[in-house]
Design a protein around this ligand. Structure first.
Ligand code: ADP
Length: 154
């Protein structure tokens, strides 16, 4: 069984993230979306609400599971018996960052990172953009998966 984790902050989980997870199912039998608890980054959407929103988005998809973790990503992968880390890249900056992370994770946990290019129509979407809009009380529903539900989608 080919199992991957898809780790991130997902604050919030956008249609860009959704698309990467869905496309990841072409490559993996099971994907565990790991919401990393980060004590440094200030959260906008409470972590439990993020969990519920992602679970709702994949309610019909039993090959995708969602977990919260607060350890190193390689340790989370090991805990989940996953040999792969799935990530998305939008631009050169993402590429540089992901390369460093992939090398570190390979060295620390012998875990391979698989990168998928974002679809061009989602390349401008980031959690940061969505948080900014949210802070100005703008409607963010267009950036969230349709079935995310009320957690981030008021
Ligand atoms: P982190 O805080 O670890 O960077 P994010 O929640 O921002 O995590 O993103 C998780 C993963 O999803 C990263 O690999 C990121 O590059 C990717 N990603 C973010 N936005 C998009 C998007 N619009 N399309 C495709 N991939 C994306």
């Amino acid at each position: 069984m080919r199992r991957a984790i898809f780790p991130g902050s997902f604050d919030p989980f956008t249609i860009g993230h959704y698309d990467i997870a869905k496309r990841g199912l072409e490559l993996f039998d099971e994907i565990i979306i790991g919401i990393g608890r980060n004590s440094v980054k200030k959260e906008t959407f409470p972590i439990r609400e993020r969990l519920t929103a992602i679970e709702n988005a994949f309610a019909d998809e039993d090959k995708i599971k969602v977990e919260i973790y607060d350890c190193l990503t390689v340790d989370f992968a090991r805990e989940q018996n996953a040999g792969f880390i799935l990530r998305g890249i939008r631009c050169v900056e993402d590429f540089e960052y992901e390369r460093n992370m992939a090398e570190a994770n390979k060295q620390l946990g012998n875990i391979e990172t698989i990168l998928l290019y974002t679809r061009p129509e989602y390349a401008h979407i980031s959690s940061t953009l969505v948080r900014d809009l949210y802070s100005y009380n703008k409607d963010i529903t267009a950036f969230l998966p349709a079935k995310a539900g009320s957690a981030t989608n008021e």
